[in-house]
Design a protein. Sequence first.
Lengths: 313, 248
Amino acid sequence: MTDVLLIADHDGKTLNAGTNRALTCAKELGEVDLAVFHSGADDVVETASKLDWVTRVLSVERPENADPVAAVLAPQIAKLAEDYDCVLAPSTTFGKDVLPRVAALLGVPQVSDLMEVLDKRSFKRPIYAGNVITTVTVPEGCKVLATVRIASFQAAEFGDASPVESISLDVSLPGHTTYHGLAETTTGDRPDLQSASRVVAGGRGVGSEENFAVVFKLAERLNAAVGASRAAVDAGYVPNDMQIGQTGKIIAPELYIGVGISGAIQHMTGIKDAGLIVAINKDPEAPIFEAADIGLVGDLFQILPQIEAELDK
Amino acid sequence: MKILVGVKRVIDYNVRVQINREGTGVITEGVKMSINPFDEIAVEEALRIRDRGEATEVVVAGIGPGAAQQQLRTALAMGADRALLFETDDEIQPLAAARAFMKLVEQEDAGLVILGKQAIDDDSNQVGQMLAALWDRPQATFVSGLEFADGKAKAVREVDAGLETIEVELPAVLTVDLRLNEPRFVKMPDIMKAKRKPLDITPFADLGIEMPPKLEIGAHEPPPKRAGGVKVESAAELVKLLKDKGVL
Ligand SMILES: Cc1cc2nc3c(=O)[nH]c(=O)nc-3n(C[C@H](O)[C@H](O)[C@H](O)COP(=O)(O)OP(=O)(O)OC[C@H]3O[C@@H](n4cnc5c(N)ncnc54)[C@H](O)[C@@H]3O)c2cc1C
Ligand SMILES: Nc1ncnc2c1ncn2[C@@H]1O[C@H](COP(=O)(O)O)[C@@H](O)[C@H]1O
């Protein structure tokens, strides 16, 4: 018996990189089988099979698995879980949606946002928007179910191929949910916010959708992903998938540059794991300076072009 | 259709949470408490659905200490019809909360349950999904847009890659995200009126749910502190420093 069942997050075309990070956590708990629920996502299965540390890739293919519907996936995962001590999923919106449903079917508690493994049953996780870290222990006799806070783990490397096994599960599935598709808002070939090594993020201080062009411009110059505060998203400057923070994305780039962002705790919890935090804000009292490694007080509309000019030198 | 809404009492989102001296929990004495912000949005949405004539009654339910009456009263002042408090001073974890809501769904014959996507104290993000599993009904989590037609709810969900649309048959469980609506301000006359609305208090134990296994909660500690930062005076200085540090 392998110890850990890891559920892959994917969109039918590519494996979400959060899976690779969750795998690094999974490996600390034992031997890992990686399950891909899908319909015709052969590329995803192939990518999954090239990840290091995977004992087997379980390909669970059926037409109902074409879309990520929690009510359809949960009973299958619960069935597959019978043979494992531990079931993990990345703490992406996919993992957060499906795993608690599995936990309820199994009648066990779930650890959300696992950030550190202490032993096979004890883990650290953030609460209160990351202002407190608490240790939780899964009681004996319960399977360990956890979503993995992906910013807390490095991505597993690609390496030796592992065998792929096709699995068919005898589970009847509900038909009460219809998937109507995804409106992807992130355009072009900009790096993905959650895996980018550099991120430039704008807040309410950027002032408008048009003004956000200055943020995009610097990001492009740095080959960085673009993020935003909730205020900027709420104001309609940028789409929701750019939100960083407690209720948005948790990121861990090498470099984060926040401009026109005040530094509310709900935002800062999303960037705590960044290698270097740079803050540009015209208010010297802005709380973001307390957490920033490098602070620059001034008007972003003057400073960003100056940075670009310096880079050109 | 009756709508059941979860209302949890939590430390207000503006409070800088402090860990107690023993490291066993956080300090709540003298700290401002509020409705979980996501639950406020859940209440607002339920009221709008009722006021459009698509539901008949909005029942708000909380599990927590006696003082959680305050948050339920606020929900009544917003316009909810009735409130239920299941009183306990114990920490009720998500699976137990989901089982309690399941009991309520049966007792109230609810056609729709709206919860917050997460409680900002434990940040679990679990109860709605767990309830949907126990009820064997559809779930739409992280909802930022909602419409009803032909016994179905069409929900727009905020997911990592953008906005996803799904359609679920009713009854169903929805968990709401912050951009679904802007909750109304409660006015003084509404607060007075809410005092006369029914708020039933029952000991949590009387719900008679089987208590599930619990996560054992250990030490509470502050997050690792980042080393102190530096201020630079100009863009030129910033770029030089970033180059020196090898990130550019
Ligand atoms: C339950 C809950 C969850 C939340 N989740 C999140 C989350 O996930 N992510 C998130 O970001 N927020 C979240 N928030 C919101 C958070 O509390 C703050 O309201 C938000 O982060 C503020 O965004 P901001 O810093 O862009 O705006 P503000 O706080 O308005 O700050 C704007 C800043 O821009 C500066 N500025 C203005 N003009 C300029 C200029 N020309 N040049 C330089 N600087 C300028 C100002 O000095 C100011 O500091 C959440 C809130 C709640 C209640
Ligand atoms: N003690 C409680 N009382 C009322 N509602 C609750 C309680 N716990 C959780 N909920 C509901 O479940 C949602 C998600 O909570 P959680 O899964 O704990 O993050 C909350 O936003 C509430 O709507």
